[in-house]
Design a protein around this ligand. Structure first.
Ligand code: ADP
Ligand code: MG
Length: 149
């Protein structure tokens, strides 16, 4: 179902922040709902820091893991970034309480969901997915982004 893809590599936290900047425009053009996949420590939240900074929605320091808070909202001038982490959610019912459908109705929204692949409804609705995996070296990360043109 994806028609476009891109693979990128980084060897440091700063490199991942830079990748966030590189992919921010692709994500904006792809749509509003982005699934961010990868194991714990893969660099998902780090990537969102880079995206947020590039979009002018938040500083890198402001973006912290929403694992316990579930949703962080960053209203920027051009883009309102909704940063979610659904790792702790179990059911579609719990997911529904977050109001992702309402977020996506915001014309300036970019909604990025860490662990979104857990929920078929989110995979169905997603405009792009970003997959982060560990590379061969300790600080190396591979990024695979897929979207529909
Ligand atoms: P996630 O949200 O996927 O659990 P985080 O971004 O919160 O991951 O954390 C990534 C961890 O991996 C941090 O402790 C960071 O220091 C470390 N790390 C090492 N190399 C990288 C890299 N290239 N990119 C991102 N994080 C890295
Ligand atoms: Mg995270």
């Amino acid at each position: 179902e994806w028609t476009r893809e891109k693979r990128l590599k980084t060897r440091s936290v700063n490199g991942t922040l830079g990748l966030g900047e590189m992919v921010s425009e692709i994500l904006r053009s792809a749509g509003k709902l982005i699934i961010l996949r990868g194991d714990l420590g893969a660099g998902k939240t780090t990537l969102v820091k880079g995206i947020a900074a590039a979009l002018g929605a938040a500083t890198e320091e402001d973006v912290v893991s929403p694992t316990f808070t579930l949703v962080h909202t960053f209203p920027g001038r051009k883009v309102t970034l909704y940063h979610l982490d659904v790792y702790r959610l179990e059911t579609e019912r719990e997911l529904a309480t977050l109001g992702i459908e309402e977020m996506v109705e915001d014309p300036n929204a970019l909604v990025i969901v860490e662990w979104g692949e857990k929920f078929p409804s989110l995979m169905e609705a997603a405009d792009a997915e970003v997959i982060l995996t560990q590379g061969e070296l300790e600080n190396e990360r591979l990024l695979h982004i897929r979207w529909r043109a």
